[in-house]
Structures are given as structure tokens and as C-alpha cells.
Design a protein around this ligand. Structure first.
Ligand SMILES: NC(=O)c1ccc[n+]([C@@H]2O[C@H](COP(=O)([O-])OP(=O)(O)OC[C@H]3O[C@@H](n4cnc5c(N)ncnc54)[C@H](O)[C@@H]3O)[C@@H](O)[C@H]2O)c1
Length: 303
């Protein structure tokens, strides 16, 4: 058997997709989550536990080679109301987790948010060296955790990695959790419901198919170079209006309702992916192909 990977929050969107990729690469995968996914991934061992319970967490780390931290209790949409929870719980518990994995000499990848840590930036695509200026608390909680990780890396000579993921989409996503414009646009179009767009639809994001994110994360498992922070992104900017047009090109009939812009949303975020692409050599799935693939998956699953 290969290395043993524990995915904290492993029953979620990214965790489930990553589990499938890791199992195919002969890794031994353990999913630590409060819930079990509706559809279990064959070969994955599911551990039911609460991230905020130190004892359960310590126990789950026994014998593990790699941890993927794939959990957040706040999201961009709710972080203005739930921000204290982000700082008091997610930040503090992740700091404790860092100490645990450093003591046990376990490698870790933390899933941060490329879409929110940078805030509004002049120079695009945004590189990892840009000064982060989050405009919502979700992004700032992520940045606080990132800084704690970098401090551990410096003090303990470790290499905990930070993956700043842009806007992933694909099978297993649920926009009701607060993120996922493409997921919402496709599902609402299929159900002939109105797609709500906050603002004029010209906000630009960097969308990336979930399989590409998983393949990039897999490369980071064995990365031993100088960097600790990576944008996982497509390097391509697409507006919500562009997505709607692409759905129309596919022969679909999306219905859109424009609402007032939200203060938590930056206007434009395109992430430079040069650093990750220097170690991940595969071509990425173009957005039109990804939309088609995800749409076909949704139809097949009758979602
Ligand atoms: N999905 C995105 O668009 C996106 C983009 C960038 C970064 N991220 C980050 O990646 C990570 C994973 O995102 P996701 O979309 O897969 O999230 P998700 O909500 O689909 O999954 C998170 C999982 O964490 C579990 N969980 C929540 N509280 C828990 C607790 N106390 N103990 C144990 N398990 C608990 C949930 O049951 C869920 O299965 C998060 O940290 C998120 O901030 C996500």
C-alpha cells in the first residue's frame, strides 16, 4: 500500500473528489468528517469525528503520512455574520492541528482560498507574492491560518503547504453551501429556475475544473522545493455573463435575475498559476469542456 493520507473534511466537495484521485494512485485514504458522504468512495476508510475535538483529531492522526485540511465552518457569503466563529474556532483549532502534525512529523496541505485572500488587486493575474488584502472575513481567517502555518514552517523547519484554490467546479459541488456560481447556474438552468447574480454579472473569476485541482494537489504531496504557497487556478478570467453565454452556446436556456452587488465580492480575481504549472505539467481542462462535462454528469445523475 502507498502512503496514508487523512483528509479532514474529506466527505465534502473537494475531499470526495480528491479521495477518488488518491485511491486511483494507490494511496491509503482516511476521511475524517462529521458526516459520511451520500456516495462513499470505494476503498476510503471513513472516520466520524469532530475537528474541534482534540482527542478524536489526535487519534485520527496516528500512523498518518499526509494530512489535507479541507474544512471551513465559514464561507464568503456568511462570514460577515459568522466571522467570530472563523477566528475563535477554525483559526484556533487549525493552530492546534499544526502543533500536532509538527510533533508527529506529518506533512500537511492546507486548502486556502485564492478567491478571497487577495482582495482587490491592480495587477492581474495575481501572483503568490502579491500583498494579500482580504475584503471579507472568510478570506482574512484563511490568511490568519496561512500566517500561522508560515510561522510554524519558520520556527520548526517544516514545509506545511498552502494551496490557494481559485473557483473550483464539478461533480459533488453544492452551491447551497455558499460558493459555486457554475454549480448554481447549471442546476438552476436544468430545473428552469432563475439564476441570481449579485451585481451586473461582470465580476470576473478564475474557474477551474475539480479534477485539475485534485491533480495539482497530488503533485504537491511530493513537492520538496522552496515555496510554501501555491495558487491552484486556471489563469483565465471569465465573467458570470460569459458563463451564461457559454450555457446558451450549449443550447441551454438560462434565466437570470440581477440583484444588488454584495460588499463581500471582489470585482476581478484571476490567479497566476505559473508556480504550480512549473511542477504540474498536464494541460488544464478548458472551461467550455468542463461545463459540458459537468452538465453531462448532472444529467446522468439526474440532479
Ligand atoms: N469549494 C470552493 O469553492 C473552495 C475554494 C477555495 C477553497 N476552498 C476550501 O477548501 C476546503 C474544502 O471546501 P469544500 O468546498 O470541499 O467544502 P465542503 O463544505 O463541501 O466540505 C467540508 C466538509 O467539512 C465537514 N465538516 C464541517 N465541520 C466539521 C467538523 N467540525 N468536524 C469534521 N468535519 C467537519 C463537512 O461535513 C464537509 O463534509 C475548505 O476549507 C474551503 O474553504 C473551497
Amino acid at each position: 500500500m502507498g502512503k496514508r493520507v487523512l483528509i479532514i473534511g474529506g466527505a465534502g466537495f473537494i475531499g470526495t473528489n480528491l479521495s477518488e484521485h488518491l485511491i486511483k494512485s494507490n494511496m491509503e485514504v482516511f476521511c475524517f468528517d462529521m458526516s459520511v458522504p451520500a456516495k462513499k468512495v470505494e476503498g476510503v476508510r471513513y472516520i466520524c469525528g469532530d475537528f474541534f475535538d482534540d482527542y478524536s483529531l489526535m487519534e485520527a492522526l496516528e500512523g498518518i503520512d499526509y494530512v489535507v485540511h479541507a474544512l471551513s465552518t465559514v464561507n464568503p457569503g456568511n462570514s460577515n455574520e459568522k466571522y467570530l466563529q472563523g477566528y475563535e474556532r477554525d483559526f484556533i483549532q487549525t493552530t492546534k492541528l499544526c502543533k500536532m502534525i509538527v510533533d508527529k512529523k506529518i506533512r500537511m496541505i492546507f486548502l486556502s482560498s485564492g478567491g478571497t485572500v487577495y482582495g482587490n488587486q491592480e495587477i492581474q493575474p495575481i501572483s503568490e507574492d502579491a500583498l494579500p488584502r482580504p475584503i471579507n472575513h472568510y478570506g482574512n481567517v484563511k490568511l490568519c491560518i496561512e500566517n500561522t502555518i508560515r510561522t510554524f514552517n519558520y520556527q520548526a523547519h517544516t514545509k506545511i503547504l498552502i494551496a490557494r484554490i481559485s473557483n473550483p467546479y464539478g461533480p459533488g459541488q453544492d452551491f447551497n453551501k455558499g460558493v459555486g456560481f457554475i454549480d448554481a447556474a447549471l442546476k438552476k438552468t436544468i430545473k428552469e429556475e432563475k439564476i441570481e447574480i449579485w451585481g451586473d454579472g461582470n465580476n470576473i473569476r478564475d474557474y477551474i475544473y475539480i479534477d485539475d485541482v485534485c491533480r495539482m494537489l497530488m503533485v504537491l504531496f511530493t513537492y520538496n522545493g522552496e515555496f510554501d504557497t501555491f495558487n491552484l487556478s486556471s489563469n483565465v478570467g471569465t465573467s458570470q455573463r460569459d458563463i451564461i453565454e457559454m450555457l446558451q452556446e450549449m443550447g441551454l436556456k438560462p434565466q437570470v435575475e440581477y440583484l444588488s452587488a454584495r460588499s463581500v465580492d471582489a470585482k476581478k480575481i484571476i490567479l497566476n498559476n505559473g508556480r504550480i504549472m512549473s511542477v504540474h505539467k498536464n494541460a488544464l481542462i478548458p472551461i467550455r469542456d468542463g461545463l459540458r462535462e459537468y452538465y453531462d454528469w448532472l444529467l446522468q445523475k439526474k440532479i
